[in-house]
Design a protein around this ligand. Structure first.
Ligand code: SF4
Length: 897
């Protein structure tokens, strides 16, 4: 007896009907290899009863945060239904449409089914590679032979390009250790995800964390700037937490060029794209000059931030000559003291003092002085948001923060700050996006609303998150610590020029195309690409295409014949989500705590159906290559250390293992000898609920124990070092004037017009883009998933269309349904106009990213315009601190003739 679950249920009969639809869709596309037979194989399995009828545990990986535990119904070897695991606290039995559609990515008739070799030496999206099927033996031997040559010549000449693509979960330790054992830089593993993330830099600096989000269990007032919290339509807890908070009475203010779904339960404040920083600076001006300092969290500022640290020459901290510790001014004793002097009676936040022959001021005084010009009236000219609205929002925010209030949870007294200011990607994706992020930290910091109930909360928790450094400040982690200056550069991601960089695929292509200009002392010979699609997903496609034509040897581990695979010399088929074995850590959240108790632990999945084709998991391919390259002994030794495998479970030198064997040893080392893969195949996960003492990072480092960076002296230090190194080597960062570059490293955010504000006047509209529930990171092959496509077509009348405000449309003679051209200085897109009053009048926009180009994909993926072709990643335009690219463009819009 089968369990009926919602409308997603697929019986053998309906499955075959859907398969027939998929076959019909497939008929319009070019088919290679043995594609035409695949649905017959499924049908054969479905009509050859073996007696199997069971629900197997797994987890979903159709979006970036795998929080949803699943149950897969397998009948006679065919996965016929998928549902959320009702017992899992992360998703409580629910799945979003992408989760349900997993089945149709697995049974995608366009999958790569066997290794392929290119026979047409000419490469391009207009060239048929003339694939020839080959055996795994031939494919791996060909690749290994090439890699042996590269390794002997210069092992740095290899690049791995990874991402959130078709199968986004990888055992990163295996890949990193493979790469460094090979002899290449680990920074030649270039992720495709990241060019839009300026938020991480500020978080790595201030919260020892990669992201933060509102804390919905207690938040009463939430401002979101530049994006939506619910567009993705996720089924995991945070989205439900958001709506529970709304039901509880949380007030929501959405500052965005677009009225996204959540504005139906909140206030929409339309803003001009590219002016998000001006809004944040205006908020700070009101908080510092109009609200009154006594209403701010002075205790937090004095004892939990660097606001009282004295700043002297060159915008750097004034340090005690003997101990080198930063100093503060004690207004009671009228003298400077080191920041942790036990005799401190009070901390000055304002004023000027003479110390050691220098005039110094508390950092807070400089922050306040810096915000003075940014009045609401100044902000209005840039944002179009009325000064009165900004004043009201800023004042309401401070009042809602309830400065001084506390709450006792699990025996710990926490500050209670039920107000959060949160910034999303449209606020970040500009040349000074990092300053918007820093301003976000400052806005929350002024009311002490960081890592406490109700405020902005770090994504992960634990004692290491807010660990103090020798200055008593949160220790900057990862790129916030600053990549070392290595010139000539060892790697293609160019941390030498951008020491706070995140992932920089667009820089990698440029360095590959012109190594001399970018200080790279070698030419890349081999690219292995998997899960990444820089041609469609990372901005304009010209440079990745040119680089892939230039690189002599390209290997694609591919789930389907996507655009980068069209440039491959060898294609290796990748296993699907349902055929893979992997684990995922659950310790934190994506878009907010949703309750005082949160799940912590691990999800596990394994092949719930037999592999349909001759595919392999990525890690097994790298193990195979390691064996052929005689790298197993050092690689296994490093894996033993990195994964902390118990001595009796350690990998033996020179023995080849599979990812399955490695996972089993990893699980047993973590959970005990009786909790290996066999145990987790039944259990599915190991999750426990943890409470406030664990999930609010304040509990680890309460008042006085560690301080947040509100004055970004560390960033200034990194900039000073970069300038000194550039001068020493007599070079500049390509595309940047050094003096201008240093303006981005100042410790207090400030406004300067950005490239988007300097476009010629004929480009008189802004274009924006947002993610939709059907198109999130191009994950799980969802852009060509026939079921997702059908749901999108039936339920979202705005899908695939270019939205334009009716007034802007009327001015241009554009009517609903007209074909329009949108043209930036960099490219064009053509699409159908859809009139919508839910956009700022100066703005047009499109959700999702369409217009696939590969001739071998499902033809439905080709429909719609490709937004990214309007953007730029030119040197001198992107954010030189976080390396986030500009997410909007200035465009002209007209009816197609
Ligand atoms: S939110 Fe949707 S896509 Fe993401 S893990 Fe859950 S079911 Fe999968």
């Amino acid at each position: 007896m089968r369990e009926a679950v919602g409308s997603s249920r697929v019986t053998r009969r309906t499955f075959l009907a859907t398969a027939a639809t998929a076959t019909a869709l497939a008929a319009g596309g070019k088919i290679v290899g043995n594609n035409s037979g695949i649905l017959l194989e499924v049908a054969k399995a479905a009509t050859s009863p073996s007696g199997q009828d069971e629900w197997l545990r797994s987890y979903c990986r159709m979006c970036v945060k795998p929080l949803c535990a699943t149950m897969v119904h397998v009948v006679d070897g065919v996965a016929v239904e998928i549902k959320g695991d009702p017992a899992a606290p992360t998703n409580e039995g629910t799945l979003c449409p992408r989760g349900h559609a997993t089945l149709f990515s697995h049974y995608n008739p366009y999958r790569v089914k066997t290794p392929l070799k290119r026979t047409n030496p000419n490469k391009g999206l207009d060239q048929d590679p003339r694939w020839v099927e080959i055996s795994w033996e031939e494919a791996l031997n060909t690749i290994a032979k090439r890699l042996q040559k590269v390794r002997a010549e210069d092992p740095r000449k290899i690049v791995l390009h990874t991402g959130y693509g078709s199968n986004p979960d990888y055992y990163n330790d295996v890949l990193t250790i493979w790469m460094t054992t090979f002899g290449a830089s680990q920074w030649n593993i270039v992720p495709s995800n990241g060019p839009l993330c300026s938020n991480h830099h500020a978080m790595w600096m201030t919260a020892g964390n990669t992201s933060n989000a509102p804390e919905f269990a207690f938040c009463n007032y939430l401002i979101t700037l530049g994006g939506s919290l619910v567009d993705w339509g996720n089924s995991s807890g945070p989205v439900r937490g958001f709506f529970k908070a709304i039901e509880r009475g949380m007030k929501l203010v959405v500052v965005d060029p677009r009225a996204s779904k959540e504005t139906t339960v909140g206030e929409w404040v339309p803003i001009r794209p590219g002016s998000e920083l001006a809004f944040a600076l205006g908020m700070l001006n009101v908080m510092l000059y109009e609200v009154g300092l006594e209403k701010l969290d002075l205790d937090f500022l004095k004892r939990r931030s660097n606001a009282p640290y004295l700043v002297g020459a060159g915008e750097r901290f004034y340090r005690d000559p003997k101990t080198k510790k930063p100093m503060i001014w004690d207004p009671t004793d009228h003298r400077a003291k080191v920041f942790d002097d036990p005799s401190i009676k009070d901390f000055a936040l304002e004023g000027q003092f003479q110390v050691g022959g220098q005039t110094v001021s508390p950092a807070f005084a400089l922050i306040k002085q810096g915000m003075q010009p940014y009045t609401p009236e100044w902000s209005e000219k840039l944002t179009t948001i009325r000064a009165a609205t900004l004043r009201r929002v800023a004042k309401d925010f401070v009042a809602a923060a309830q400065v001084g209030s506390t709450i006792k949870l699990e025996g710990v007294e926490f500050p209670l700050r039920p107000a959060a200011f949160f910034c999303r990607r449209a606020g970040e994706g500009h040349t000074d996006g990092h300053y918007t992020q820093i301003a976000r930290i400052l806005i929350n910091g002024l009311v002490g609303s960081l890592d406490v109930p109700g405020g902005l909360q770090g994504q992960n928790w634990g004692p290491n998150m807010l660990k103090p450094n020798e200055d008593g400040l949160v220790t900057p982690i990862l790129a916030a610590a600053g990549y070392p200056f290595v010139y000539p550069s060892d790697d293609v991601m160019l941390g030498t020029f951008y020491p706070h960089r995140h992932n920089t695929p667009f820089l990698a292509w440029r360095a590959i195309l012109d190594p001399k200009k970018y200080g790279l002392p070698y030419e890349v010979d081999t690219l292995i690409i998997f899960g990444a699609n820089p041609i469609i997903n990372n901005g304009p496609s010209q440079e990745p295409i040119a680089a892939m034509k230039k690189i002599p040897f390209v290997v694609s581990i591919a789930y389907h014949l996507d655009e980068p695979t069209e440039f491959a010399d060898i294609v290796l088929p990748e296993s699907s989500n349902l055929e893979r074995e992997m684990k995922a850590v659950v310790n934190g959240f994506d878009k907010g705590h949703w309750a005082e108790y949160q799940p912590s632990g691990m999800l596990y999945r394994y092949p719930v159906v037999k592999r349909m084709y001759d595919s392999k998991q990525v890690e097994d391919i790298f193990f195979e290559l390691a064996r052929r390259l005689n790298m197993l002994a050092p690689m296994n030794e490093r894996l033993n250390t990195a994964l902390k495998l118990k001595p009796e479970l350690a990998l033996q030198p020179d023995k080849a293992y599979t990812v399955s064997e490695l996972l089993d040893r990893d699980l047993k080392s973590q959970f005990g000898n009786d909790r290996g893969a066999e145990y987790f195949k039944k259990a599915g996960y190991s999750i426990r609920m943890v409470g406030p003492k664990t999930i609010y990072n304040y509990a680890y480092w309460p008042m006085g124990k560690t301080r947040y960076h509100l004055y970004f002296e560390h960033m200034k230090e990194v900039g000073d070092n970069l300038r000194a190194n550039l001068e020493k080597n007599n070079i500049t960062v390509p595309g940047w004037d050094t003096q201008d570059l240093m303006e981005h490293y100042r410790p207090v955010p400030h406004w300067r017009p950005m490239p988007i504000h300097k476009e010629p006047p004929e480009y008189d509209m802004y274009i924006i883009n947002w993610k939709t529930a059907f198109s999130v990171y191009g994950l799980g092959a969802n852009q060509e998933n026939p079921v997702l496509y059908e749901i999108m077509r039936r339920t979202d009348p705005y899908s695939l269309s270019i939205l334009i405000n009716p007034a802007a449309a009327a001015k241009r003679g554009i009517q609903d349904g007209d074909t329009i051209v949108v043209e930036s200085r960099r490219g064009k897109m053509v699409g159908k106009a859809k009139l919508s009053g839910r956009l700022h009048p100066e703005v047009i926009g499109i959700g999702g990213n369409y217009g696939r180009k590969s001739m071998h994909l499902n033809p439905i993926a080709r429909e719609g315009p490709n937004y990214n072709q309007l953007l730029t990643t030119e040197d001198g335009t992107f954010d030189p601190i976080s390396t986030a690219m500009i997410i909007s463009a200035k465009v002209k819009v007209y009816r197609a003739s």
